[in-house]
Design a protein around this ligand. Structure first.
Ligand SMILES: Nc1ncnc2c1ncn2[C@@H]1O[C@H](COP(=O)(O)OP(=O)(O)OP(=O)(O)O)[C@@H](O)[C@H]1O
Ligand SMILES: [Mg+2]
Length: 319
C-alpha cells in the first residue's frame, strides 16, 4: 500500500487536464481532454470506435506516452511520481491476458507477487477475490476450462489483488452475452460499494446507464459532454417513438413541423419530436396522409439517443 501521506486528501481519484496524444503516424487521438473523477465514483467513458478511450486509459495506466497534459491519481502526479501513482490503480484490459494453462489461484498469487505482496497475504487476498468473483470453486481448475464470463471475472479479481483505490476497465463486457454482463455488473457494483472508484469504457450504453453515476462522452479525441448521468438524461428534450404501420406507406411522408420522421422499414416509422409537442398533431398528420398506426412505442434507450446526437452517428442509423 502506498503511504497515505503521498496522496492528497480530497483530491480527485483521477484528474486530467488538457491531455493530448498524437501518435507517430500523425493521428491526434486526444485533443485536449480534461476531466475529474471523484473518489468513490462509478464513471463511464463512452464514445464510438476510435474516439480515444483506450488511448486515454493507456496514458492513465502508463502504457502509452502522452504528448502533453497533466494526469494525477488521488493527487499523485503520474509524471513526477509514476510508481506511486501506479500503485493506486488496477487495470482490466479489454483482451484476456492471463495464462490459460495456469489455475486461477496461481494466476492471482503470482500477480500479487509481481507487485511485491508476500505469498501469505496474497493467498488470503486471492481467496477473498475469487469468492467475490464467484470463482472460488474454480480456484484450482485450469483457467482454459473456465467459461467466457468466468474468465472475465477472473480478470477483475486479478486487478483487485493489489487493492487498487481506482479500478479502470476497458470494455470489460465487450462481446459477452447479456446474462454474463449482468453478473459482472453485480460484481462491479459490490467493488464500488466497498469503496473502490471505478472507471469503465463501454459500447453498451445501457451498461453505463445502469452502473454509472457520472460520465463523459468522447468523440474524435474531444469530450463532447460530461456530467452526472441523471442531469444528462434530463437534458434530453427530444422524445422518440416508433410506429408500427398497418398497410402501405404513402410515397411521401407528411411534414410535421418541429419533428423528424424516417422510414425504418416498410411497416415502421421513426419519429423524433420535442417533448412538449402534442402527439395529436402527429396523429392528425398521419391520418391526413392515410397512414394507419397499428401500435406505437417509445424508443427505449434515452442515453443511446443522446449519444447518437452528440457523436453524429445518427445519420447512419436513420439511413
Ligand atoms: N498505436 C497507435 N498508433 C497509431 N494510431 C493509433 C494507435 N492506437 C490508436 N490509434 C488511433 O487513435 C485513435 C483513437 O484510438 P483509440 O484506440 O484510443 O480509440 P477507442 O475509443 O478506444 O476506440 P474503440 O472503441 O474502437 O476501442 C484512432 O484513430 C486510432 O486509429
Ligand atoms: Mg478502445
Amino acid at each position: 500500500m502506498i503511504p497515505a501521506s503521498d496522496t492528497v486528501p480530497g483530491a480527485p481519484a483521477l484528474r486530467i487536464r488538457d491531455l493530448r496524444k498524437t501518435y507517430d503516424n500523425g493521428v491526434q487521438a486526444l485533443k485536449g481532454v480534461s476531466l475529474d473523477v471523484l473518489p468513490g465514483d462509478f464513471y463511464a467513458l463512452l464514445g464510438p470506435n476510435g474516439a480515444g478511450k483506450s488511448t486515454l486509459i493507456g496514458i492513465v495506466s502508463s502504457l502509452v506516452n502522452k504528448t502533453a497534459g497533466e494526469v494525477s491519481l488521488f493527487g499523485v502526479d503520474l509524471h513526477a511520481q509514476r510508481a506511486a501513482a501506479m500503485r493506486l490503480m488496477g487495470l482490466v484490459p479489454q483482451e484476456l491476458n492471463f495464462n490459460f494453462f495456469e489455475k486461477p489461484l496461481d494466476i492471482l498469487v503470482n500477480y500479487a507477487g509481481f507487485y511485491g505482496i508476500p505469498r501469505n497475504e496474497a493467498l488470503v487476498r486471492a481467496e477473498e477475490e475469487l469468492k467475490r468473483a464467484l470463482l472460488w470453486d474454480k480456484a484450482r481448475t485450469m483457467a482454459r476450462t473456465l467459461s467466457g464470463g468466468m474468465k472475465r471475472r477472473l480478470m477483475i479479481a486479478r486487478a483487485m489483488m493489489t487493492r487498487p483505490r481506482l479500478l479502470i476497465l476497458d470494455e470489460p463486457t465487450a462481446g459477452v452475452d447479456i446474462e454474463i454482463r449482468r453478473g459482472m455488473w453485480q460484481t462491479l457494483k459490490e467493488i464500488n460499494a466497498a469503496g473502490t472508484t471505478i472507471i469503465l469504457t463501454t459500447h453498451y450504453l445501457e451498461e453505463a446507464e445502469s452502473l454509472c453515476r457520472n460520465l463523459a462522452i468522447i468523440d474524435h479525441g474531444v469530450i463532447v459532454e460530461q456530467g452526472p448521468m441523471r442531469a444528462l438524461l434530463a437534458k434530453l428534450d427530444v422524445e422518440g417513438f416508433l410506429f408500427d404501420i398497418d398497410g402501405e406507406l404513402p410515397q411521401e411522408l407528411p411534414q410535421i413541423e418541429g419533428a423528424t420522421l424516417h422510414v425504418t422499414d416498410e411497416h415502421t416509422l421513426d419519429l423524433d419530436m420535442p417533448r412538449a409537442m402534442d402527439l395529436n398533431r402527429v396523429f392528425a398528420a398521419f391520418e391526413a396522409a392515410g397512414i394507419r398506426v397499428r401500435s406505437m412505442r417509445t424508443k427505449s434507450n434515452r442515453l443511446e439517443e443522446l449519444f447518437v446526437r452528440l457523436t453524429g452517428n445518427g445519420a447512419q442509423q436513420a439511413a
